[in-house]
Design a binder for this molecule. Structure first.
Ligand code: PMP
Length: 381
């Protein structure tokens, strides 16, 4: 018998009550129960987004919300600033290009985070820039961008700040209202502990003004339709109602724990993982690592692809490998969603075992001890 463990930055493990909720007979999405369900979910999402603004949902993966955050906010001829520090920053520029929007890229070396001064400089030289598109955690590298500083810059301009918090929502702090972030997009299968298939968008009043002016083509991902329906507990099209049932259970967990406690738990798991990796003697890949996941740079002689494959096939442990130019060079361990200290210990002890098996000279237990140290210090505080 082999038990499976999922340590990928999405999908993430799902709490048992959410799994059970999905086993209930399917309901009609225009029933009174569905109206109550949708209203409850949208209200609780505000807590997770740390906003008083309405949050809307779409039936799609996270990329659908990103697509909508371009087609609903922009108009033909607009120019935007795109922070590209990995695969998902690149996705923003691909979407903008697909819609014919002009982009000014800020290219950041993979593993690093954007220098807010560079954004400030660009906005001062090009005040007509309509929006800045960034990620919170660039999942392909594990780096965290300083969204609070970016929001501080954009708030005093007419430029919108649009943040892809697809992987990091609930794990890394993002205080939408307090910091002044105009648009936040996310999805179900990461920090929100629900299967893939739902995407979420929070917009403030500045963003809604842009939506009203936008003339790019859109249909399925029309935010105005989703917003109007959502307020009534309704939907423009048939939603993934089964997933909404699961999401409600998952959101109840976050709501009961409180978003800031939820983030603090992720921070401890990230600190413990980073401490463990350092004790094992390997470098972290990101210069400013996120709470969402830890990226580890592998020694040159180790084939990262073979390592990830072996871990999955022989031990039932799924880590994520590197994407794009990082393929085979890094391993990504997520500590995201329905996870706690014990999951981190399993992730680290399995990592030690696998690294030893693949030929890395390792002292068993060094990483585990370092992680335990972080957790016990925290517990005694
Ligand atoms: N942005 C980020 C930061 C992500 O981590 C991901 C998924 N890994 C996406 C966008 C794309 O989301 P999806 O695969 O749900 O479309």
């Amino acid at each position: 018998m082999k038990k499976k463990y999922l340590f990928t930055p999405g999908p993430t493990p799902i709490p048992s009550e959410a799994l059970l909720a999905m086993a209930q007979p399917i309901d009609y999405h225009r029933s009174e129960d569905a109206v109550a369900l949708i209203k409850d979910v949208l209200e609780k999402l505000k807590h997770v987004f740390q906003t008083e603004n309405d949050v809307l949902f779409l039936t799609s993966s996270g990329t659908g919300a990103m697509d909508g955050a371009v087609s609903n906010l922009l108009s033909q001829g607009d120019t935007v600033l795109v922070i590209r520090s990995g695969k998902f920053g690149e996705r923003w520029s691909e979407i903008c290009t697909a819609y014919g929007v002009n982009i000014i890229p800020i290219d950041v070396e993979w593993g690093n985070s954007v220098d807010p001064e560079k954004v400030d400089h660009q906005l001062k030289s090009n005040p007509s820039i309509k929006a800045v598109y960034s990620t919170l955690c660039e999942t392909s590298t594990g780096a965290l961008h300083d969204i609070q500083s970016l929001a501080h810059i954009t708030q005093s301009t007419s430029t919108l700040l649009v943040v892809d918090a697809v992987s990091a929502l609930g794990a890394d702090d993002l205080q939408m209202d307090k910091w002044g972030v105009d648009v936040v997009v996310s999805c179900s299968q990461k920090g929100l502990m629900t299967p893939p298939g739902l995407a979420f968008v929070g917009l403030n009043s500045r963003a809604w003004d842009a939506v009203e002016q936008s003339n790019l083509p859109k249909y399925y991902f029309d935010f105005r339709k989703a917003h109007k329906s959502g307020l009534e507990g309704s939907v423009p099209y048939t939603p993934a109602i089964t997933l909404l049932n699961a999401l409600q259970c998952a959101l109840n967990r976050i709501y009961e724990e409180g978003i800031q406690n939820n983030i603090a738990r992720h921070q401890q798991m990230a600190l413990a993982t980073r401490s463990a990796i350092k004790a094992i003697g390997l470098p972290l890949f990101a210069s400013s690592p996120a709470n969402t996941l830890t990226s580890i740079r592998l020694p040159k002689e180790i084939d990262g692809k073979a390592f990830v494959k072996m871990m999955r096939e022989e031990y039932g442990i799924t880590y994520a490998g590197g994407q794009g130019e990082l393929s085979g060079k890094i391993v990504r361990i997520a500590h995201l969603g329905w996870m706690d200290e014990n999951d981190v210990i399993v992730a680290i002890s399995s990592f030690e075992r696998g690294m030893a098996e693949i030929g890395y000279d390792i002292a068993y237990g060094a990483g585990v001890a370092a992680a335990q140290q972080v957790f016990t210090t925290q517990d005694s505080q």
